[in-house]
Design a protein around this ligand. Structure first.
Ligand code: HEC
Ligand code: HEC
Length: 620
């Protein structure tokens, strides 16, 4: 009999302490006796005692904690705003880092920390003994998660969003390999075309493989239907760390059931089992990695394994083909039945809304899952994935309408067959960096996903202004993209969520040294100058006059040459730029893509002035 213990912390902790806590990163500490939990918007780490069902303590910090690492009994807690990592447990020590830190991983033998700074698109390698100055390196777009090999010779960084022009037929999120001995970037490996939203990353214990989960937009298709992953599939990519290349990318979906928005990843210490949380469909997927690798490298003969059922034959043939010709591994990117048919993949619903972080207990018996929107931690039997204990951090009554809207925005169950959620294309309410051929402005003219920050203040909506305002776009999003019926209450909640979005202060301002601040000031002058003319159109608090202009950005596939003047807030996280994502970065937009000075006058600016202008734009 399944026994769940419902423990409401609200009796122990007065509700006033948190509004709504959204647990994300999670880690066992103290030989599995305690759990450390972070929420990306909170300035604290909660230490939970599952045996007692209580909060053992709350570690107060001075910045938002967007990541977490643990080694034995030491916790490493990044403080985003203060550019510090606090570490320890009973007593904390502060380690200054040269960037606002988000993701982090620890190399305990080398006494090194690697921290990532999305927004700045940098990682820093920091000496815990404070003897060697930190090394700062540039990565791909929005580096969020890091894993370090067991021998500590290298680190692997997941870059959440694509960094190329959205028109590039290879555009995808990437993985950066770092050599920790030389403190150098070894290589950036692109995931398959259309991949985005990498969340967590893990390495096999032998250091041979890196595993990263992500979504994969089928961006060369118009968004006319969702069946069979037509618009979006959800994938696990395996990087061969010796060959330094993508080894295989397999789908976590089933033929009629998408596995939207995979997030967390955890491996058994023997490297034979992988768990991933499917945050959009509220499930955990368990993969038999041992069998997967056996089938991938041909050491397992497909016909010798029990065939699950006759229907699976077609999928089974894929494995036969791969055994004959390993190059056929690329077929797996499109095969919705391969894993399931071979008995590699099983999926389990879990009693949480928005499962994200995963942690395996040191005795390998318990898998802890954080429920982001249900604000709970569920402990599962690692084998059967049955819930054993539920720890609630919040009372659902504290949720505002906007909070409910946020949960709906991230819920793929609302959409047809769980293939995708609004957040698949609008991660964190922003942009996935991809172009989509939505049908609201004709077919065959893809547009770059727009961030929804300030969408409600800057009508019309869409780059062609085809929706009068954001609320029309919300209703249309449910109907024509998710193929879902939303109630009025639901669309109102999603609108409240979008209205509540605010631009986050640019990390370039936290990290800025005097030199850079001077650049920003000079850049602002250039932006405001009559000569460049930027401020004639980009005016007001959100830097848009909300009008349509022809600024020479028409692309071969476009039907028109006028586009809606967008807000410039949060440019540091909304690349690539322009309605078709044709500008990989701002410098390219101001130079290569503005040769005729139709989009402001920029041809007279020298290299230094262009850098100043870019610095200003990144500070917004
Ligand atoms: C398949 C990807 C995809 C999905 C899923 C998606 N969107 Fe969008 N969304 C886009 C793209 C692309 C644009 C920009 C289109 C353009 O500029 O013409 C956009 C634009 C918008 C805008 C207008 C923003 C502005 O200020 O112009 C709103 C509002 C919006 N989406 C809301 C939603 C909501 C709500 C959902 C879920 C019901 C959703 N979207 C799901 C791709 C998507
Ligand atoms: C005549 C009006 C006008 C002027 C002048 C102008 N812009 Fe724009 N800007 C626009 C329009 C319209 C777009 C959208 C174009 C598109 O999507 O293809 C845009 C887009 C942008 C974007 C991309 C935003 C995004 O999220 O993709 C940036 C950045 C930008 N402008 C900066 C500038 C700078 C810097 C200048 C001065 C050198 C400038 N603009 C001058 C109208 C103008």
């Amino acid at each position: 009999m399944l026994r769940s213990i419902f423990v409401l912390f609200i009796f122990i902790y007065p509700l006033a302490v948190f509004s709504v806590i959204r647990p994300q990163e999670i880690s066992f500490i103290d030989q599995g006796r305690l759990l450390a939990v972070t929420a990306p918007d909170e300035r604290c780490v909660l230490i939970i005692d599952p045996a007692k069902g209580t909060i053992d303590r709350k570690i107060e910090l001075s910045g938002r904690v967007k990541g977490l690492a643990a080694w034995e009994n030491t916790l490493y807690m990044p403080e985003y705003e203060t550019q510090t990592v606090q570490y320890g447990f009973d007593n904390l020590e502060a380690l200054p880092v040269p960037v606002p830190p988000a993701g982090l991983a620890v190399a305990p033998i080398k006494k090194m920390l690697v921290v990532s700074s999305p927004g700045l698109n940098k990682v820093a390698i920091v000496d815990l003994m404070k003897k060697v100055p930190p090394t700062v390196l540039s990565t791909g777009n929005q580096p969020n998660a890091i894993a370090i090999s067991a021998d500590e010779s290298f680190a692997v960084v997941a870059n959440q969003l694509p960094a190329l022009s959205a028109l590039d037929t290879q555009t995808a999120a990437s993985v950066t390999l770092l050599n920790l001995n030389a403190k150098k970037i070894i290589k950036t490996i692109l995931l398959p075309y259309g991949s985005t939203n990498t969340r967590q990353i893990a390495l096999s214990p032998d250091g041979k493989w890196a595993y990263v989960v992500h979504t994969r937009g089928r961006v060369n298709m118009p968004t006319t239907q969702l069946e069979r992953g037509w618009v979006n599939t959800n994938a696990l990519s395996i990087i061969d760390l010796e060959a330094k290349s993508l080894y295989a990318s397999v789908l976590l979906d089933n033929v009629q059931r998408g596995a939207a928005d995979p997030w967390g990843i955890e491996l058994s210490p023997d490297g034979k089992t992988l768990w991933t949380s499917l945050s959009g469909v509220h499930e955990i997927a368990k993969l038999d990695l041992h069998l997967l690798h056996g089938l991938l490298d041909g050491s397992v003969i497909p016909s010798e394994i029990r065939k699950n059922d006759a229907k699976a034959r077609v999928a089974w043939d894929v494995w036969e083909e791969i055994r004959e010709d390993p190059a056929k591994r690329t077929e797996l990117q499109h095969d919705l039945a391969a894993l399931y048919a071979a008995g590699i993949l099983s999926r389990y619903p879990v009693p949480v809304n928005g499962p994200r972080g995963l942690a395996l207990s040191p005795d390998n018996k318990t898998l802890a899952v954080s429920g982001y929107y249900s604000a709970n931690i569920v402990l599962l039997d690692a084998n059967s994935l049955r819930p054993v204990q539920t720890l609630s951090l919040n009372d659902a009554d504290t949720e505002s309408v906007a909070d409910k809207g946020e949960a709906l925005f991230h819920d793929a169950v609302k959409g047809f067959q769980g293939w995708l959620s609004c957040a698949t294309c609008h991660p964190e309410g922003r942009s996935d960096g991809l172009n989509w051929d939505l049908l609201n402005d004709g077919i065959g003219n893809p547009k770059n996903t727009k961030s929804l920050v300030w969408s409600h203040e800057t009508p019309p909506a869409m780059s062609r202004g085809v929706r009068a305002s954001y609320d029309v776009a919300v209703n249309a999003g449910f109907k024509f993209i998710l193929f879902a019926q939303a109630t009025r209450e639901e669309t109102e909640a999603v609108k409240a969520y979008i209205q509540a979005l605010r631009h986050d202060k640019s990390p370039w301002l936290f990290a800025a040294e005097n030199e850079f601040l001077k650049r920003i000031k000079k850049g602002e002058k250039i932006f405001q100058s009559k000569k460049t003319g930027c401020a004639t159109c980009h005016t007001g608090p959100l830097l848009t006059d909300q009008k349509m202009y022809n600024v020479g950005t028409r692309h071969d596939l476009d039907y028109h040459d006028q586009f809606d003047n967008p807000t410039l807030m949060e440019l540091w996280r909304t690349g690539p730029y322009l309605h078709d994502g044709s500008a990989a970065d701002l410098l390219e937009m101001l130079t290569v893509l503005n040769k005729d000075d139709r989009h402001g006058v920029t041809s007279h600016l020298d290299e230094n002035e262009l850098k100043d202008l870019v610095a200003y734009l990144l500070s917004l």
